[in-house]
Design a protein around this ligand. Structure first.
Ligand SMILES: *Cc1c(COP(=O)(O)O)cnc(C)c1O
Length: 366
């Protein structure tokens, strides 16, 4: 007999994108930022490495909270740092959802939410998106009536599309908490601000952000939640006492302080996003207009999985994704390719290999 809880035995476990540890790959599969992080962040990490690593870090990372509070014109009590946004998502599930209760999230979207709910013994009700990635509000409003947590990434993954604040506010569950996952917020043409928190429903909204994507610090593991202190106080009781390590706190604080680096880097990514989107459209792909650091494409008559595979054989890694239970996109749901915005040189290499792959397949398939 298995010693595990039935909820654990029942799940597959979340499968993150491939992370080859050797160099020589063009890696466009897990939405990392291709540019090196702020030099100030690196210096802060090195400085901290030489400064009393024998003692525990500040359990509340108050210096970091102070900085975000100043930048967002809030009190530091509104901020909860964590070991990556994924830890904050786990804290949210453990804080607000009992086994047997329901969460809701859009589909197709970030699949980790469903895995975290399953680990907690909770169920997921999917908010099935229309083919233009909009919400079916009539259906959604019925679904969220009994949701303890509604989780929505904005911009969404894999589409890169962004919903308006008005749309999101319609999804705040009447008896639960709304989680606005802003992992990709800084890449939008109009980057995110905290204004939804000031709305009438704001006391039941939690925003989550991370330094993994926009700040080029995925290897550091640091994210933070922003919400009314009534929510943050309860969530703090659930976290590990020292959930953020001293190096991560130092690096993340310096990274957020270097606003010039963020402005420059996100501008470069947006410019490459425009160029990549145009090139893919030229090659016959249907390109979903993106507000994130990746683009979602489908091709009207090519096999997506074999394009992915052929690229991989040439050491170019992108993501092939399948969402079989998305009826609005067709009888077999949706599948397609998600390509992270790399450096200009990486995108040129990707496009070169892609052109060869498409040309070769068209001659061999006739
Ligand atoms: C990458 C990602 C996260 C996780 O961020 P970490 O801080 O690296 O844990 C959360 N949500 C979405 C939608 C993401 O794409």
């Amino acid at each position: 007999m298995s010693p595990f809880r039935p909820a654990v035995d029942a799940i597959e476990g979340y499968v993150p994108g491939e992370q080859p540890q050797e160099t020589g790959w063009v890696k466009l599969n897990t939405n990392e930022n291709p540019y090196p992080p702020s030099q100030q962040a690196i210096e802060a990490i090195v400085g901290k490495a030489n400064d009393r690593l024998n003692v525990y870090p500040d359990p509340l990372a108050r210096g970091f909270c102070q900085l975000v509070a100043e930048q967002m014109d809030l009190d530091p009590e509104w901020i909860l740092p964590a070991n990556g946004s994924d830890e904050n998502l786990t804290i949210l599930l453990r804080s607000f959802v009992e086994p047997g209760e329901q969460i809701a999230c859009p589909y197709p979207s970030y699949i980790l939410y469903e895995t975290l709910a399953a680990i907690q013994g909770a169920g997921t009700q999917r908010l099935l998106l229309n083919a233009d990635w909009s919400f079916d509000f009539a259906a959604a409003e019925r679904t969220i009536a009994n949701s303890k947590l509604v989780l929505v990434p904005n911009p969404n993954s894999p589409s890169g599309t962004k919903w308006s604040h008005d749309d999101l506010l319609r999804l705040v569950p009447p008896k639960g908490v709304f989680v606005l996952d802003e992992a990709y917020g800084a890449f939008a043409d109009n980057p995110h601000d905290g204004s939804v928190l000031q709305s009438e429903a704001g006391r039941r909204i939690v925003m989550t952000r991370t330094v993994s994507k926009a700040f080029s610090l995925a290897g550091l593991r640091f994210g933070y939640a922003i919400a009314h202190p009534d929510l943050i106080r309860g969530m703090r009781k659930v976290k590990d006492s020292y959930n953020c390590d001293a190096l991560a706190i130092a690096g993340a604080t310096a990274a957020l302080a270097d606003t010039e680096w963020l402005t420059e880097t996100t501008a470069k990514i947006r410019a490459t996003r425009r160029r990549l989107s145009a090139a893919l459209a030229e090659l016959g792909f249907e390109v979903t207009p993106s507000q994130a650091n990746f683009v979602w494409v489908t091709h009207p008559d090519r096999n997506h999985q074999s394009i992915y595979q052929s690229l991989k054989e040439n050491r170019v890694l992108i993501r092939y994704m399948q969402y079989p239970e998305a009826p609005a996109f067709g009888a077999h749901g949706l599948d397609g390719l998600r390509i992270t915005i790399g450096t200009d040189a990486e995108i040129d290499r990707f496009l070169d290999v892609l052109r060869i792959v498409l040309g070769r397949d068209s001659t061999s398939n006739v």
